[in-house]
Design a protein. Structure first.
Lengths: 359, 390
């Protein structure tokens, strides 16, 4: 009894020290630290939104990312555009109406007939960033900052879930293939060859066009594609190296069952590589989700991809930087978060396996 | 080597069968009996309904249907498009495949080559202050959300600057009285590009053995010059002269997609080449080469870069499917009417025969690309080459 307790304590201490050592190694990599801080930033954003709603700082009616709305009004001077350019006021056709001005023709409401020189009160949608809406609102009057927060929740849930599913599948299969060898190995390798050759984006198009995908489903599908594909091969080759180590032999001699050997001797030694794959596959999952949402194929309410999809279908992307708050935040968020995970992956790469070739 | 190729080829055939069957099952598993329900589309004539039912054996059990589908696929009999009714999926694909091939080949050759060169230089200049920044830029370009970035580029170069056309692959107004199909021009352009690439490749292979770096570079530049002169003569004589303005129109439309995809795609190769180069540079034979007093450039290009090429080719094998995915997106964003757009639109319009055929062809595309990359890998890696001989 005493002995086993001691053993556990030693294990605990060894693990603690290993984590500490690896963390020190990881901290040396500048890129990895940049990645960690990016991920941390988005994580804060993701958990901040529910807190703001719960504490009542944000009213859900106004700031809800999907159904929130706030009526912002702006006073515009009604003007008439000249027939010929240039005039004193306007240089070319593009200058009229200028800032804070509106022509009679642009007022679509038939009930009001303002004269030139009147002040017209118009809805301001999308509204530019202000102290009330940090990143402005979209064309439906919804707060962009809140949408970014919602999007980062979606990205974290989807990315981590699909990465966990994928990595558990590939680690298990890779270890089994390495341990049993022979036919099991041959079958598993051919299977991952097949999955590797599957054009995944067209495949996702088909699946998502016919079946209404939610985040949960997409995470499972992405996890399956990632988990059955190339990572099985890499993890298998790592597990093969572990399999021939003396401690596996000694475990077998002392009568450990196959399950015991796989789960408590080989798996822990493959785990670092698996963690690395996990971090890299988060990048892929976030990009896939955004791409599918961008093409309007997913059945979810709000995500970064959908924000870009909306700004494209509403035609704001070609209006250039005049509506930058509709275009830049969502795209940069996708880029930075997946970049952050990628950088962390590279940092981990240096820690666990300096010679590993992975990108 | 031959044995290896035959082995891989047999595997390819097997994998293709599995792919075909599983893609059929995938479409079959779509909820709501998609095949028959969509056939009730009022725009289809009644005989199309019966023909499609007979062709796919929709009244038979599943096992027979699968066999029938595979048989039909190899007969090239894939039914009719629900949307463009009298056309068959094969006709639609034959129309669009050249366009995809052209863009796809051009983009990949440029981006992989550029990535390799940039990665080589990045690794060589390691330790300079700009290294982290350069790497960060590459990472940004590697992980940037592609459709978003492409749209921004389209806005900037196409709309704001007005240098390049926005979308589509030709100006329709130029083609009103054109005596040719656009596909004829595409085929001609593909032929031209292929021949030019082969000539340049051959010149590379032949000049590999030349010892002096200057002579080698001059020989390569000369062959490039030869291609330019040959191209100029080719496009200015006989039949091709008539087709020149149309080809130029298409080429003009191709610049922006190529540019954008290259900027994004080269980063992956560059990052990988950098990593592997840095590992190669630690090897002893590099030290030996330095000790022998060889020039820096020679060590970089002949000793290090050649070894570093291997993992790059490996990763190319792994990413060839990703490249196809990317080309689907590229076509959608630049409204390039190729295979990817056909696939996406047919899926969105629930045009099942076309979607199935397009998916299968994209699969064939991926398989063949995989196969070619595999073979060239075996050729490059002496370990595989020798093992399969012995």
């Amino acid at each position: 009894m005493d002995n086993s307790l001691n053993e556990k304590e030693i294990q605990k201490r060894v693990r603690k020290e290993a984590i500490k050592r690896n963390w020190l190694l990881f901290r040396q990599s500048t890129l990895g630290m940049i990645g960690i801080s990016i991920i941390f930033f988005f994580f804060i954003l993701a958990i901040l939104q529910p807190i703001l709603f719960m504490t009542g700082v944000w009213d859900e009616g106004v700031y809800h990312p999907v159904v929130g709305y706030e009526e912002l009004k702006v006073n515009l001077l009604v003007v008439e555009c000249p027939d010929e350019y240039p005039t004193q006021k306007y240089e070319s056709v593009g200058d009229c109406p200028g800032d804070g001005e509106i022509t009679q023709r642009q007022i679509y409401n038939p009930n009001i007939n303002p004269e030139v020189g009147d002040i017209h009160e118009s809805l301001l949608q999308p509204s530019p960033p202000s102290s009330r809406h940090l990143l402005g609102t979209d064309s439906l009057g919804r707060d962009i900052f809140s949408q970014i927060m919602e999007g980062s929740q979606v990205a974290f849930i989807l990315g981590l879930m699909s990465a966990i599913i994928g990595v558990s599948i590939s680690t298990l299969l890779g270890t089994i293939a390495a341990f049993y060898g022979g036919r099991v190995d041959a079958y598993l390798m051919r299977q991952s060859d097949l999955v590797l050759m599957l054009p995944s984006l067209p495949f996702l198009f088909i699946v998502s066009a016919f079946a209404e995908l939610k985040i949960w489903h997409l995470a499972v599908v992405l996890g399956m594609i990632g988990g059955l594909g190339g990572s099985v091969i890499t993890i298998k080759s790592q597990a093969l190296q572990v399999k021939v180590k003396p401690f596996v032999d000694s475990a077998r001699i002392t009568g450990g069952s196959n399950m015991k050997i796989i789960f408590s001797h080989i798996l822990p030694n493959v785990a670092p590589l698996a963690l690395l794959f996990m971090v890299f596959s988060v990048t892929g999952a976030i990009a896939s989700e955004s791409t599918l949402s961008f093409l309007g194929l997913l059945n979810i309410e709000m995500s970064w991809g959908i924000m870009i999809y909306l700004s494209q279908t509403d035609g704001y992307i070609f209006s250039g930087m005049a509506y930058w708050w509709l275009i830049l935040p969502a795209g940069l968020a996708v880029t930075f978060l997946s970049g952050g995970f990628y950088l962390v992956g590279r940092g981990l790469d240096d820690v666990f396996n300096p010679r590993l070739r992975k990108r | 080597m031959t044995k290896y190729i035959i082995n891989r080829f047999l595997q390819l055939v097997l994998v293709f069968f599995i792919f075909l069957v599983s893609s059929y099952l995938l479409f079959n598993a779509m909820p709501g009996d998609a095949f028959t329900s969509l056939l009730l589309n009022p725009q289809l004539p009644p005989d199309a309904y019966e023909k499609t039912i007979a062709l796919y054996g929709l009244d038979k059990p599943l096992s027979e249907r699968v066999i029938l589908y595979v048989q039909n696929f190899f007969k090239g009999d894939l039914g009719y498009s629900y949307r463009y009714y009298p056309k068959s999926p094969i006709e639609l694909i034959a129309e669009r495949l050249p366009r995809t091939l052209m863009l796809f080949a051009l983009v990949n050759i440029t981006s992989v080559y550029l990535g390799f060169v940039v990665g080589k230089i990045l690794a060589w200049r390691r330790g300079t202050k700009s290294e982290t920044w350069l790497t960060l830029t590459s990472v940004f370009s590697y992980t940037v959300f592609y459709p978003w970035f492409a749209l921004l580029m389209l806005w900037f170069f196409g709309y704001k600057m007005g240098w390049f056309p926005i979308g589509k692959f030709l100006y329709p107004e130029k083609w009103y009285d054109a005596p040719f199909d656009s596909d004829v021009i595409f085929m001609l352009m593909i032929k031209f590009t292929t021949i030019a690439t082969i000539i340049q490749f051959i010149s590379y292979v032949f000049t590999r053995k030349i010892e002096s770096l200057n002579t080698r570079r001059n020989a390569r530049v000369a062959s490039l010059f030869l291609i330019f002169v040959g191209g100029y003569i080719f496009w200015n004589t006989g039949d091709a002269l008539l087709k020149k303005p149309y080809a130029a129109d298409i080429a003009y439309h191709m610049i922006l997609p190529t540019l954008v995809v290259t900027v994004l795609a080269f980063a992956g190769t560059a990052l990988l080449t950098r990593t592997t180069m840095m590992e190669v540079l630690k090897e002893d034979y590099i030290q030996t080469a330095r000790a022998k007093g060889l020039s820096q450039k020679r060590i970089r290009d002949r000793h290090a870069a050649r070894t570093a090429l291997l993992p790059v080719v490996t990763s190319f094998i792994f990413t060839i499917v990703t490249i196809i995915d990317g080309s689907v997106l590229t076509e959608q964003i630049f409204s390039w009417p190729g295979m990817g757009q056909l696939l996406l639109q047919s899926v969105l319009n629930e045009d099942i025969p076309v979607a199935m055929a397009a998916f299968s062809f994209v699969g064939i595309f991926a398989l063949i690309g995989h196969f070619v990359a595999d073979i060239s890998y075996a050729y490059l890696d002496p370990r595989i080459r020798i093992k399969s001989q012995g």
